[in-house]
Design a binder for this molecule. Sequence first.
Ligand code: GLU
Length: 348
Amino acid sequence: MRFITKVVFFMFVSVVVAFAKPTIYILATGGTIAGSGSGALDTSYTSGTVTVDKLIAAVPEINKIATIKGEQISNIGSQEMNNEVWFKLANRVNELLTSGKADGVVITHGTDTMEETAYFLNLVVKSDKPIVMVGAMRSSSSLSADGPLNIFNAVNVAINKETAGKGVVVTMNDEIHAAREVTKTNTTGVETFKSPNAGKIGTVFYGNVKYYMSPVRKHTVNSAFDITKIKELPRVDIIYSHSNDNPDFANIAIKNGAKGIISAGMGNGNPFPTVIEVLGEGVKKGVVVVRDSRVGSGETTLNGEVDDTKYGFLASDNLNAQKARVLLMLALTQTNDKAKIQEFFYTH
Ligand code: GLU
């Protein structure tokens, strides 16, 4: 090839590469974002009735900024989320991102358990490419449905270079939250997602993305866990505390084979006295007990008002109970060593 021809050819390739749209996969799992009711003012609706193709068709603007591909992973209300769907989703995300087929993924999901799925993926997917979760509080047939703008924003977050390396993020209501921190705080309001211990990490306003913070705990490529090496998750139960409590649920959890228990205690993770004793007996039988709090923010501290050293309990740091459950299940796939598991809670 003559020199001038080569120069023109490389300029052409550079221009094509520079203007090539990123490929974003939208993996749909269900939820209100894919739900529909009988009318625009209907307060009752069914989650998971709209397919991924229809979700994408409702937001044609995203095709201008990315090559969009859709896949239906499941179509359920996220209160039905289960390990089978988690494994399918995590393996698919991992494959799409590590093979180079996708530059980023957007996962549509019900809001009820979005925080658990987000934290699970955050801990097991081995890629630092953007993984963005999105949902809606109003169904697709509702007046002022929030799904389409949330999806538009989510795709913009997924193509933004600054999203890389932040682990899984949740984008709803113009805000960007880190998977470890985010939680659903309101049963019906569009402003439901908050990060009580850390605050949102960024905003996205009609596609305009701005970051203000980065998560520092281990996730994705630095996490101790890897979806390709995990085949099943052990049973871990959550036990919620209250005044005048009784140890029946703790007894049943231990009897029925829970390998771990998250105690959502009162205040700084305080279970009722009779429950403490039963949980202590559980530890002697090999159950790993992690004290957490029902409060919703703040750290549960070791040896605060409970003698953790005596009972062999661990503490959850500042994870909420549903996320502590995710981390304990993953930790138990690797070890029963309580010191190592406690260390996971201080680093992930
Ligand atoms: N139960 C539904 C779900 O989590 C409703 C919540 C939503 O998606 O907003 O799928």
